[in-house]
Design a protein around this ligand. Structure first.
Ligand code: FNR
Length: 190
């Protein structure tokens, strides 16, 4: 089966390590998976004032989530949680009420930072949010990547073969989760 998976990067930094990690995932994706970014950087701040008439950029963001079979969130940790830009994007996805974009959507979280516990604390918060959205989320393996200097290049390179092997295994596990949902959905349509 061919799968389309989107990734959201929880950083808008021009030198983001997490975007490098996302590009590495895209480069390592199995042949039957097309992996592309769902951008968040142009979303304004969410407010319920927008619910009656979502701006075009937010409609496109929600449509981009609707169009993929699964979503990988690749995020930094800010102050032991997720960055505000990512939470803002998730708030857009969650609304208007009754039209939550991630309801039932297979998701996975992963992230990198220089610290020895990487982005573990942020990922726990993020998993709690995704659980609230009723989004089935990959449990194992957990994607805590310590960004040792030079680990990632700008164009998807990974300099450590052990890390590359881990990322391939992580993608395989997520594709298996996505398949459990997509194939069931296809079968019920047939
Ligand atoms: C950080 N950083 C950080 N790192 C971490 O492991 N745990 C943390 O709680 C924090 N907190 C934090 C807060 C703020 C405001 C900033 C700017 C940074 C460091 C962070 O991991 C580092 O800047 C990464 O490079 C951020 O990811 P991107 O933007 O490079 O993908």
């Amino acid at each position: 089966t061919q799968y389309t998976i989107g990734y959201i990067v929880g950083s808008i930094s021009s030198t983001s390590l997490n975007r490098k990690l996302a590009k590495a995932l895209a480069a390592l994706a199995p042949e039957n998976v097309e992996l592309h970014e769902i951008p968040i950087k142009d979303l304004p701040f969410y407010s319920p004032d927008h619910d009656a008439d979502y701006p075009q950029v937010a409609r496109e963001f929600k449509q981009a989530i609707a169009d993929v079979d699964g979503v990988i969130i690749v995020t930094p940790e800010y102050s032991r949680s997720i960055p505000g830009v990512l939470k803002n994007a998730l708030d857009w996805a969650a609304r208007p009420y009754g039209q939550a974009s991630l309801d039932g959507k297979p998701t996975a979280v992963i992230g990198t930072s220089g610290g020895p516990i990487s982005t573990a604390a942020a990922q726990q918060h993020l998993k709690a949010i995704l659980s609230h959205y009723n989004a089935p989320t990959l449990g194992q393996p957990e994607g805590y990547i310590q960004a040792l200097p030079g680990l990632f290049g700008d164009n998807g390179e990974v300099t450590n073969e052990g890390t590359a092997a881990f990322l391939r295994a992580y993608l395989d596990a997520f594709v298996a989760l996505v398949g459990r949902y997509v194939d069931v959905k296809d079968a019920s349509v047939a």
